[in-house]
Design a protein around this ligand. Structure first.
Ligand code: GRG
Length: 300
């Protein structure tokens, strides 16, 4: 039987070790010597913390096609690097202006704004180097597909574009559809990319990829809705934040419209939608099923 706690803890350990091994001067070398301060800031923003959910989704999606977990690690590291970069930049004064992340000072607080911008840029760039490396997957076409998938999830039509829409939405005038589109891009696109990257690694056919995409889109909505619920129910301490700046009263979410109970009901419905998308897969999809269920009950 699939054990979510054991698998997620094992994945988190593997990601921590993998990132730590990757993010050293020797591994990051290019045509010039590596700036130690930059590497230290990259490590600060990516090590010791985080649930590592996106690498877990890569692993669980690939498991449907019986791909061993160690063969998904490189792709998992790449997507986690992108995720960490997004958090470093999101915490900057020009964005959310947060002092704490995962219970520790944000990168710009521990270093400075310019170093935090560069550490994020370097993690983003490094992610694609990890995917381009044949150690990620022996087949070049598969690697190219992974690069395309991560670029689509993190770029203009994905996470970065969603962040831009979010900033525009602060002026007001956003419809519910606009908010849903923004969230699907800002948060959902990377979750979608993680599931699809696992499927690509596993050699999924078009039908399986489409079912897994439907799962991922529902799971992304569940993740975001759970995050909105936690914004009003969890303490800033539980979330590892200093003041809970994301919890600002004026923020329009499903929770402010439906209340916490209404939002929880909606969350259960979305999780069921995610589970339904996996109906053809059998027990090998139990990992993905467990993660969708976890999104509904997570406390941070
Ligand atoms: C700045 C380019 C750029 C993008 C920012 C993802 C994002 C876009 C901002 C993060 C702000 C935020 C709190 C979004 C809500 C959902 C989210 C991504 C939460 C953090 O992800 P977890 O819970 O974090 O997976 P851990 O710490 O476990 O890795």
């Amino acid at each position: 039987m699939y054990d979510f706690s054991a698998d997620s803890a094992d994945c988190a350990r593997a990601v921590e070790a993998g990132l730590s091994e990757y993010l050293t001067g020797a591994r990051l070398s290019g045509p010039g010597p590596v700036a130690e301060r930059l590497v230290a800031a990259m490590r600060h923003g990516s090590l010791e913390g985080g649930k590592r959910l996106r690498p877990l989704l890569v692993r669980q999606s690939a498991a449907i096609f019986s791909l061993p977990k160690d063969q998904t690690l490189r792709a998992g590291l790449a997507i986690e690097m992108v995720h960490c970069y997004s958090l470093i930049h999101d915490d900057l004064p020009a964005m959310d202006d947060d002092d704490l992340r995962r219970g520790r000072p944000t990168v710009h607080k521990a270093y400075d704004d310019a170093t935090a911008i560069l550490a994020g840029d370097a993690l983003l760039t490094q992610a694609f180097a990890v995917l381009a490396d044949p150690a990620c997957h022996p087949d070049a076409e598969t690697r190219i597909r992974l690069v395309g998938e991560l670029a689509a999830g993190s770029g203009t039509g994905g996470m970065v574009g969603g962040q831009m829409r979010d900033i525009e939405g602060e002026q007001g005038g956003f419809s519910e559809t606009d908010i849903a589109t923004m969230q699907a891009m800002k948060t959902g696109a990377l979750i979608r990319a993680a599931v699809r990257m696992g499927a690509i690694l596993g050699g999924a056919d078009a039908r399986a990829l489409s079912a897994l995409t439907a799962y991922a889109e529902a799971a992304g909505r569940a993740f975001q809705l759970a995050d909105d619920i936690l914004d009003v129910t969890a303490t800033p301490e539980a979330m590892g934040k200093a003041t809970g700046k994301d919890q600002d009263a004026g923020k329009q979410t499903v929770v402010s419209r439906l209340g916490v109970d209404g939002a929880r009901k909606m969350l259960d419905g979305i999780v069921n939608e995610a589970l339904l998308a996996l109906r053809t897969f059998g027990p090998k999809a139990d990992g993905l099923r467990a993660t969708a269920r976890y999104f509904a009950v997570r406390q941070k």
